[in-house]
Design a binder for this molecule. Structure first.
Ligand code: ZN
Length: 129
């Protein structure tokens, strides 16, 4: 009995899949400033079913000291996912800015956390100003 035949076939299939994924039709979805940003983004993209390929950053490796911008990570996706990816990235960037700034109550002058809708001190609504 030779069971190796089957696994060799599987390997060829897997290799073909990788070739398809990494062909030059992929488009650049985002250039992340650090590999940490890239990791977050990749996680979000994969959560909506987008396969990503990363280049640059630590993956392209090399030892020793690297200039700061070599830590940038390019995230590549299939062109048919471009629209979904764009929306996903926009959502993430919106969430990043989701912390609203502190505001000063127009009525009593107390400062309130951005997420408060009414003044904690006098209960005046934020948009009364
Ligand atoms: Zn107030």
């Amino acid at each position: 009995m030779n069971k190796r035949g089957r696994s060799a076939n599987d390997l060829i299939l897997a290799r073909k899949k990788i070739e398809t994924m990494s062909d030059d039709k992929m488009i650049l979805a985002y250039r992340a400033p650090t590999s940490m940003d890239a990791a977050l983004l990749v996680q979000a993209l994969e959560a909506v079913g987008i396969t990503t390929v990363q280049s640059g950053g630590q993956a392209s490796g090399g030892f020793g000291e690297l200039p700061a911008d070599s830590l940038q990570v390019d995230i590549w996706i299939a062109p048919d996912k471009a629209e979904l990816a764009r929306k996903t990235i926009e959502d993430i960037q919106r969430q990043d800015k989701a912390q609203p700034p502190e505001w000063a109550c127009a009525k009593c002058g107390e400062s309130n956390d951005g997420e408060f809708e009414i003044c904690w001190s006098c209960q005046a609504p934020h948009d009364a100003a």
